[in-house]
Design a binder for this molecule. Structure first.
Ligand code: PBG
Length: 328
């Protein structure tokens, strides 16, 4: 009897064997649920382009956060949606202690204490009337250095509200250093920085605009990275680590798995990756049409992100995935 002598199928024969030799294992504690809390609404408001995701009231935020944490989710990333009339050119409502994001953070911290990692989006686009992540010059360009001091103020206000982690997502040069300095100067030396290190100017953020009620004028190509580039992420990584980032993030995740792998190979710091709104939406839409099995597809996508090297994964499906993982 001749071959095949090499039979890889042996290791695939039973579910128990497959579990035994699995190379990648997900745990609920590595999942982070992004959540939206909106000012001036009485009831949770569905986000049409993201089935199953809502803008929360403070009360529904608390309930959904408790539910996610009970399912084992390790972290919550909070975004604030102010009333349209509270937006201005500099996004000033963002840093106010009574601004919606800071109120949401305080509520989560009061309820959850240190049981889950509470993260804040540290950016201006939710709060500016023009929808950009920074303040503008007279000619309408995003002003890097003028934006930095706004980020510093925002991060300190979020730490004060109770965030364990601040997540600067605006891709301004020097943002991590400025935020680290400001946090330390205010005594928040333990507040952790999750830097959006490799953040691309992506078409997959589309549904997020609806989620935060932002109508962006123009695009973000002068500050977010060109999807054509790979080595640029290595340079962004070096800069962020040098400036004091504790964790680094790649975003979007699914169309940038090569970048997740690159970044994971180049640093020993925890690497996070964000399955963004459009990535979630396309899976959900195909699932609703019966073209794919949404649960199976989202589980597979998140597993792929882990396999690529991310140890922390942000996904709008975090609570459901955590529940499935707990059931085994
Ligand atoms: C910026 C920010 C964005 C997202 C997270 N933080 C929007 C953008 O950069 O255009 C997108 C998240 C998603 O699409 O799920 N505050």
């Amino acid at each position: 009897m001749t071959g095949p002598f090499i039979r890889p199928r042996r290791l695939r024969q039973t579910a128990a064997m497959r579990r035994l030799v699995a190379e990648t294992r997900l745990h609920p504690s590595q999942l982070v649920l992004p959540m939206f809390v909106a000012d001036g609404i009485d009831e949770p408001k569905p986000i049409t382009s993201m089935p199953g995701v809502v803008q929360h009231t403070t009360d529904s935020l608390r309930a959904a956060a408790a539910d996610a944490v009970a399912a084992g989710v390790g972290g919550l990333m909070l975004f604030g949606v102010p009333k349209p009339e509270d937006k201005d050119a500099t996004g000033s409502v963002g840093a106010r202690p009574d601004g919606i994001l800071n109120r949401g953070l305080a509520a989560l911290r009061a309820d959850l204490g240190d049981d889950a990692v509470i993260m804040a989006d540290t950016c201006l686009d939710e709060f500016t009337d023009h929808g950009h992540c920074g303040v503008l010059t007279e000619s309408g360009a995003v002003d890097n250095d003028a934006t930095l001091s706004r980020y510093a103020e925002l991060a300190v206000s979020q730490a004060r509200a109770g965030a364990h982690v601040v997540g600067p997502s605006g891709m301004m040069d020097g943002q991590v250093a400025v935020i680290r300095d400001a946090l330390d100067a205010d005594g928040f030396t333990d507040t952790t920085i999750l830097a959006y290190t490799a953040k691309y100017a992506s078409a997959f953020y589309g549904p997020f605009r609806e989620a935060v009620g932002s109508s962006l004028q123009g695009d973000r190509r002068t500050y977010q990275q060109d999807p054509a580039n790979r080595l640029e992420s290595a340079r962004e990584l070096l800069a962020d680590l040098e400036e004091g980032a504790d964790m680094v993030m790649v975003k979007p995740a699914m169309s940038f798995l090569d970048i997740v792998r690159d970044v994971a190979d180049r640093t020993d710091a925890p690497v996070a990756a964000y399955q963004v709104s459009g990535e979630y939406a396309m899976l959900a839409a195909a699932g609703e049409r019966g073209w794919i099995d949404f649960d199976a597809a989202v589980d597979e996508a998140v597993l792929s992100i882990a396999r690529a090297g991310a140890s922390v994964i942000l996904t709008y499906a975090a609570a459901d995935i955590a529940r499935r993982l707990s059931l085994g």
